[in-house]
Write a protein that binds this ligand. Structure first.
Ligand SMILES: Cc1ncc(COP(=O)(O)O)c(C=O)c1O
Length: 424
């Protein structure tokens, strides 16, 4: 029993910690109360291999309904004809697509990690696991974006099977249209990894990659899309390609698809249809306001000439203030949770002490903060990092601010996101 009590103590303390801090990791979010409820439903205990109505086990009639409804809502929300809601992470969504559209030895073009691409796009990640040859697209430090001319040339020369677009440090929309045209010429599939910006796409506040020419949109369902940890694949595919993609997920990569996650995803899809546009709008407003204020307070925020950001993220160069590692640790002592991050001019071979911080505003927005609060948060960053005020004092102000912003908004039955729900 001691071990049980200890684990539970850790969980309660973790709830308290996040509920009294400022969570600003760009890849995280909190679920709505009803989505959370799905995690303690009996769905959590069950298997449902196969498709709705064509399962390998009995007892699936209720999850069949949930899965059908999730698929219908997802197709409607993202305005597309194909969806897979069985894939259990964004990385697996990428691997399923890599396995469907390329074989070992084929070329995949993507960005490098220092300019924002995800590890699953790389040789040491899912792309390498599939045996793909990863060729990096050129990047333009002036526009903080893909170098279109250079990339079109590279795609024509390398003739990849997959042109992968999308980032983990994702500030601006990407030239999907231009690169899709080049991809078509060489017969490549265009895959847009929207893990970070999925909720902004759903809320119509970011580019719609499927309308701009991408064949597939992969993503995580727990970043700006505020659902359960999991993945999704969306697109407009013919029947044969759709079948192959589904088979790569099941039986290829997933046996059971975590039915409590699926039910929570269905709830979140329904809530996004109702509240998604307002939520995405406020996220982008908050990110811009926060970036502007940080810049005014003396921080070196990337993209000053470009409006700083179009997404939920901002990137700050803190090299002169101690570097990404030191500054992220200092912030943690102040109750502000963000992560160190490579910036586009950092050496991709040295990710351990990068120049930057990546900051996301999606969770604080979900808890009701607006521009005014985010501007105050920027002031707390200044006090912590530039003024080097006592971290305990900053933390006190963080706790005070957070007290009024713990309720999950943009959903039905708003309630406190961080209260630990004790069973006994
Ligand atoms: C661009 C991108 N793709 C894929 C992933 C992987 O998502 P998951 O953690 O759901 O596997 C991430 C994770 O942060 C990401 O940033």
């Amino acid at each position: 029993m001691d071990d049980v009590l200890y684990i539970r103590k850790m969980a309660i303390e973790n709830n308290d910690f996040f509920g009294s801090s400022l969570p600003m990791i760009a890849s995280e979010n909190v679920m709505s109360p009803i989505a959370t409820e799905m995690f303690i439903s009996d769905f959590e205990h069950r298997y449902a291999e196969g498709k709705p109505g064509e399962r390998y086990y009995q007892g699936c009639m209720y999850i069949d309904e949930v899965e059908r409804r999730a698929m219908e809502m997802g197709k409607k929300l993202f305005d597309c004809g194909y969806i897979n809601v069985q894939v259990i992470s964004g990385t697996m969504a990428n691997l399923a697509v890599f396995s469907t559209f390329a074989k070992p030895g084929d070329v995949l073009t993507t960005l490098n990690t220092n300019v924002g691409a995800h590890i699953s796009h790389q040789r040491i990640g899912a792309a390498g696991i599939r045996g793909l040859k990863v060729v990096h697209l050129p990047y333009d430090l002036e526009t903080l974006n893909i170098d279109v001319k250079g990339s079109v040339k590279l795609i024509k020369e390398e003739k990849p099977k997959i042109v992968l677009l999308g980032q983990s440090l994702f500030l601006f929309s990407l030239p999907v249209k231009e690169l899709s045209e080049a991809a078509r010429e060489v017969g490549a599939e265009v895959v847009y990894d929207g893990a970070h910006v999925l909720g902004l796409i759903a809320g119509k506040k970011f580019q719609d990659p499927l309308k701009e020419g991408a064949d597939l949109l992969t993503g995580s369902t727990h970043k700006t899309f505020p659902g359960p940890q999991g993945g999704i694949i969306l697109g407009n595919l013919d029947e044969e390609k759709a079948k192959k993609t589904d088979s790569a997920v099941f039986p290829g990569l997933v046996s059971n698809h975590h039915l409590h996650r699926l039910a929570a995803l269905a709830v979140t899809l329904a809530e996004e249809m109702e509240f998604g546009e307002a939520y995405a709008d406020q996220i982008v407003r908050n990110a811009k306001a926060f970036a502007q204020k940080m810049n005014e307070l003396g921080f070196k925020v990337l993209g000053e000439n470009l409006g700083f950001t179009q997404s939920h993220q901002i990137a700050v160069d803190v090299k002169a203030l101690g570097g990404g590692t030191e500054v992220a640790e200092l912030l943690e002592r102040c109750g502000i949770i963000a992560n160190k991050n490579m910036l586009p001019y950092d050496d991709p071979k040295k990710p351990k002490n990068p120049s930057g911080l990546r900051i996301g505003v999606q969770e604080l927005t979900r808890c009701g903060m607006r521009e005014k609060e985010l501007e105050y948060v920027a002031e707390l960053f200044k006090e912590a990092i530039i003024d080097r005020r006592d971290p305990e004092e900053v933390k006190r102000d963080v706790r005070e601010l957070r007290k009024d912003f713990r309720t999950v908004k943009y959903c039905f039955y708003e309630s406190d996101a961080y209260t630990y729900r004790k069973i006994v």
